[in-house]
Design a protein around this ligand. Structure first.
Ligand code: CP
Ligand code: NVA
Length: 313
């Protein structure tokens, strides 16, 4: 049987704006309630007591893996980390059957996988909430943490200009989903071969926000409140494309010269892991406008709030 109060967290555009806002408020409250505590201390209100969470990884991870694990423990729950390779996921049996089986053992599933279809099949057949921990197509937990981070430093993101440099990838896609839901404008600058999926751009535009696709990085960052980039080669990209991608993306490197064209108080973000001196220089990553480690920390707080929302606790 399924818990009627449960919700999946599959993508930012699939979660109602009021729910997204309440998740961010809850994340900020949980974060401030823990100020000064040791990392392993339990929350005063351990909302996941008696709950068992499975974290499934079909790709490498540092932040997602550790932040979900620590978050569950802080909330008093139990957690297991599973590697897709060691499971019967989609090879020994259908993903639908894995979903049915896991739903008899655990209360919540987080999965990082390749094809979005695998995530959706799992969610369709699980009777417990499923959280998207990154697919080839999106990375919603990251952008919830990024918005939490932006608002901590600069206040409401509504009406601000976010500029993305580089590959129109899965992390960009979640920014596009978020633009429509949170009401910020988004500019993409990169080579035409690495443009974002038209569907995501159209969706954001249909919600009344401005989404621009430009080729000139300087024009793109003009007036930006937030400048974001990501690795030039994602985990699902073939290594054979590496050289071509590097050649095409080099003009979009975020360096101090480029940042000087954004607003003077523009923040810099990168979801990490980063290749220093490729997509961004260390001068920017470690500079005064960079909030990359706040973003990493906020994965923890945002995901704790996402898990509570999924379970309705
Ligand atoms: N940003 C992010 O998701 O990092 P990991 O791949 O280390 O989880
Ligand atoms: N775009 C990157 C993000 C890693 C967190 C990837 O998919 O590999």
């Amino acid at each position: 049987e399924s818990d009627t109060d449960m919700s999946h967290f599959l993508d930012i555009h699939k979660t109602p704006p009021e729910a997204l806002r309440s998740i961010l408020t809850s994340a900020a409250n949980m974060k401030s309630a823990r100020a000064g505590r040791t990392r392993g201390a339990k929350d005063d209100d351990p909302a996941l007591e008696g709950r068992m969470v499975a974290l499934i990884f079909e790709k490498p991870s540092t932040r997602t893996r550790v932040s979900f694990d620590v978050g569950v423990r802080q909330m008093g729950g139990e957690v297991m980390v599973l590697s897709g390779k060691e499971m019967q996921l989609g090879s020994g049996e259908t993903i639908a059957d894995t979903a049915r089986v896991l739903s008899r053992y655990v209360d919540l599933i987080m999965i990082r996988t390749f094809e979005e279809e695998a995530l959706l099949e799992l969610a369709d057949h699980a009777t417990v909430p499923v959280i998207n921990g990154l697919t080839n197509r999106s990375h919603p937990c990251q952008i919830m943490a990024d918005i939490l981070t932006f608002e901590e430093h600069r206040g409401p993101i509504k009406g601000k200009k976010v500029t993305w440099l580089g590959d129109g990838n899965n992390v960009f896609a979640s920014f596009a989903h978020a633009a429509g839901q949170f009401g910020f404008d988004l500019t993409f600058a990169g080579p035409p071969t690495l443009d974002p999926e038209a569907e995501f751009v159209a969706l954001a535009r249909s919600k009344g926000v401005k989404v621009e696709i430009v080729r000139d990085p300087v024009e793109a960052v003009d007036g930006a409140d937030l400048v974001v980039t990501d690795t030039w080669v994602s985990m699902h990209d073939s290594q054979t494309t590496k050289e071509r991608r590097h050649n095409q993306l080099r003009p979009y490197q975020v360096n101090e010269a480029l940042m000087s064209h954004a607003k003077t108080d523009a923040l810099f973000m990168h979801c990490l892991p980063a290749h220093r001196e490729e997509e961004a220089t260390s001068a920017v990553m470690d500079g005064p406008n960079s909030v990359i480690f706040d973003e990493a920390e906020n994965r923890l707080h945002a995901q704790k709030a996402i898990m509570r929302w999924c379970l309705g606790v």
